[in-house]
Write a protein that binds this ligand. Structure first.
Ligand code: NAD
Length: 294
């Protein structure tokens, strides 16, 4: 089936060379996905060991493709050359689109975005993979806010089909177009959304987590709720999903949404999710959340 190009894609400038800032969980996944679909990507971090981790993750994902006979070892080697690890901005002059995926800290992101803006060409599109920081707020310090928008991938990047393209007040149609086209070239399904706390997906997901938390606070067994939601047809229940997302990430995102929508999202007292976080049960990242992991 041939997909029709959206109004955005028709005006897209070509995205031939990209870069990702941050080689962490998301940066590594984004580099793999881009490389796997054939768009070269520079992967920049500030630490050598972070780059090593990002590359290791990409190699592991390619190796799985070889195991499943979807790629030959030659094809894997070829695709891996699409990822160019770097600690410097040396080659950023001919990058068409940058995905910023450094730590979720507004000050760090401001510094990194202004820094990279000075290293790229005038038409380069800058995007941020932030989950909780306002795109309009991040655009404030940029010289060319029209070239900036959100590009929000979900974890794990290679498995989650959706990408939210977040349009800020000053984002141009051309920037949205290029970002949508790049997401599509990566094999993803982009949706264009406006800037607001939680964007679109988390505005649906977090009230659901809140409903789950309330049930547990009232004495429901979380494993039972998970089983019920799986029978309902969801691929995993809310407790398991919270473990995947990370309880720290969930608490933080909920705070941001409660600040943005106090009438709808703010809660009095401690939620079950907050109690888990307070007890250092962060989910799969530290091997203990609602469930225990080896
Ligand atoms: P992470 O901590 O795994 O990785 C962050 C990386 O950024 C680290 O390797 C760090 O060394 C690097 N870094 C820090 N400062 C840098 C700089 N100045 N220049 C280049 N690299 C720098 O974090 P993550 O989970 O990959 O999250 C990255 C971003 O993606 C955040 O904005 C987060 O909100 C967003 N996000 C995360 C998830 C998730 O589930 N983890 C999902 C969607 C979006």
């Amino acid at each position: 089936v041939k997909k029709k190009a959206s109004k955005y894609e028709k005006q897209a400038q070509p995205v031939k060379q990209t870069a990702v800032l941050g080689a962490g969980i998301m940066g590594g996944g984004i580099a793999y996905q881009s490389a796997s679909k054939g768009t070269p990507i520079l992967m920049k971090d500030i630490k050598d060991d972070a780059i090593e981790l990002g590359l290791k993750e990409a190699r592991k994902l390619f190796a799985k493709q070889v195991e499943r006979k979807k790629l030959t070892t030659e094809q894997m080697a070829e695709k891996l050359t699409n990822i160019r690890p770097t600690l410097s901005y040396g080659d950023f002059g001919n990058v068409d689109l940058v995905v910023e995926a450094v730590v979720e800290n507004p000050k760090v992101k401001d510094a990194v975005l202004t820094e990279v803006e000075g290293m790229v060409g005038e038409n380069t599109i800058l995007t941020s993979n932030t989950s909780t920081i306002s795109i309009n707020r991040l655009a404030q310090n940029l010289k060319r806010p029209e070239n900036f928008c959100g590009m929000h991938f979900f974890n794990p990047v290679h498995r989650m089909p959706l990408v939210e393209v977040i349009r800020g007040e000053k984002t141009s149609d051309a920037a949205v177009a290029a970002t949508v086209a790049y997401a599509r070239a990566m094999g993803k399904t982009p949706i264009v959304v406006n800037d607001c706390p939680g964007f679109l997906v988390n505005r649906v997901l977090f009230p659901y987590f809140g409903g789950f938390s309330f049930l547990v606070e009232q004495g429901a067994d979380f494993q039972h709720v998970d089983k019920v939601m799986e029978k309902f047809g969801w691929p995993m229940g809310p407790a398991y999903l919270l473990d995947v997302v990370g309880l720290d990430t969930a608490v933080h995102a909920n705070e941001v949404m409660a600040e943005g929508f106090p009438d709808r999202m703010a809660r009095d007292g401690k939620t079950a999710i907050q109690v888990m976080y307070d007890n250092d049960r962060l989910g799969q990242k530290n091997d203990k959340g609602f469930y225990a992991y080896e």
